[in-house]
Write a protein that binds this ligand. Structure first.
Ligand SMILES: CC(C)(COP(=O)([O-])OP(=O)([O-])OC[C@H]1O[C@@H](n2cnc3c(N)ncnc32)[C@H](O)[C@@H]1OP(=O)([O-])[O-])[C@@H](O)C(=O)NCCC(=O)NCCSC(=O)C[C@@](C)(O)CC(=O)[O-]
Length: 349
């Protein structure tokens, strides 16, 4: 595939690129990007009330989550679950040091966001703007790109050039996503060189980070390692993130593999919310609880997020949506709590 070169704009934007500021100084702090309110909820059945979305985001913030993807300015005809994003981000609590992002697929989405930002007036209770970041998205497979956004990969990259430039001019950071980095539900195995070239193109455009999405969740430690090593040939690993769905139960091990290959930013979804509309059987993102549990006591630090509170949120949102909580750590912690409560009752007798 020939990827359009963005030449002058690319070089200008690259020079002024903003970097991830959620990281602490220690090199082994892992940035958890909570995508439940967006990637998770967009795939759940039915329409989710604005107040539930707002409460989800607020609870995640109070559990220590520093980066929350809060919604999408996509067409509500395509993704009805993301309707109401403007209300959600206007009403949610914005913690001063946190990052709040929305997905933007095209200029219309960005214009809608700008209209909201233009009408925002800081107040003592909400001094921060609704969001400080956008995320743009393409795919490593043309078939997936067309199914998701009605456009080829090459055309999507061209379409994003002015979107990224306008966002950066308004001091919004831009994160890039590539879907189907391991396999595509329509066209099968993906060429990792293609992932590498698209990641480079997104960085050249002005993204500060590219999230590598195993949309279908077919990745294994071997395939994830091979893919990440290929992408690292063109993009510094500090600018990469891992985004794994847990369809085959390899979500956590794929996170660990990505970390072992130098990645320090991982996307996850509380309660394992979500799925993939184009891939029957695909499950949600790897659960935030499962990632936090797996990293406890390791060389990787995620202690700034309270696992017990995340478990509570996973159960709360799963009950609200009348869905199964797919986080194994969430289920195990609940079972442990029940056991402990029973023992405490017994001890009282
Ligand atoms: C990109 C489009 C809009 C193209 O869709 P299109 O039909 O080609 O767009 P269009 O430009 O022809 O417009 C069609 C209608 O949509 C409206 N429209 C056009 N743009 C917007 C907008 N931004 N916001 C609101 N409305 C919009 C536009 O005004 C028009 O309205 P009408 O005249 O029919 O009333 C559509 O395909 C779309 O919204 N796709 C989004 C799909 C999506 O959100 N997918 C999920 C996110 S990606 C993902 O989850 C993967 C990721 C990131 O998590 C990583 C991984 O796991 O792989």
């Amino acid at each position: 595939m020939i990827i359009p070169r963005t030449s002058i704009i690319s070089r200008t934007l690259r020079a002024g690129r903003l970097h991830h500021t959620t990281s602490c100084s220690s090199k082994n702090v892992v940035n958890i990007v909570e995508v439940g309110p967006r990637d998770g909820l967009q795939n759940e059945k039915g329409v989710i009330p604005v107040d539930v979305k707002v409460e989800l985001i607020n609870r995640l913030g109070s559990a220590g989550t520093r980066y929350i993807e809060s919604g999408s300015f996509v067409s509500p005809k395509w993704v009805p679950q993301m309707a109401g994003t403007a209300e959600v981000i206007s009403q949610m609590e914005r913690l001063p040091d946190n990052h709040y992002a929305v997905l933007v697929p095209n200029q219309k989405g960005l214009d809608n966001l700008f209209t909201l930002l233009d009408s925002y007036t800081p107040s003592s209770s909400q001094p921060n703007p609704p969001v400080n970041e956008i995320a743009i998205f393409t795919a490593a497979s043309d078939a997936f790109s067309r199914a998701n956004t009605n456009i080829s990969i090459a055309d999507s990259l061209t379409r994003f050039v002015p979107v990224v430039r306008a966002a950066l001019e308004r001091n919004l950071r831009v994160r890039g996503y590539i879907s189907t980095v391991i396999s595509c539900p329509f066209s099968g195995q993906v060429d990792y060189k293609q992932v590498r070239d698209i990641a480079k193109e997104l960085m050249d455009m002005g993204c500060y980070e590219v999230s590598l999405g195993d949309t279908v969740g077919t990745g294994t430690p071997a395939s994830v390692a091979e893919m990440v090593e290929e992408v690292k040939k063109s993009v510094p690993v500090e600018n990469l993130a891992g985004h794994f769905h847990d369809t085959f139960g390899t979500g956590v091990v794929n996170v660990l593999t990505a970390l072992q290959h130098g990645i320090r930013t991982v996307d996850s979804s509380v309660g394992g919310l979500g799925g993939c509309p184009y891939s029957p059987g695909a499950t949600g993102n790897v659960a935030t609880e499962d990632v936090l549990y797996a990293l406890q006591g390791s060389e990787y630090d995620v202690s700034y997020i309270d696992l017990e509170k995340i478990v509570d949120i996973g159960w709360w949102i799963s009950e609200k949506l009348a869905r199964e909580n797919t986080s194994r750590a969430g289920r195990a912690v609940k079972a442990r709590r029940l056991r402990e409560a029973k023992q405490a009752e017994k001890a009282k007798l």
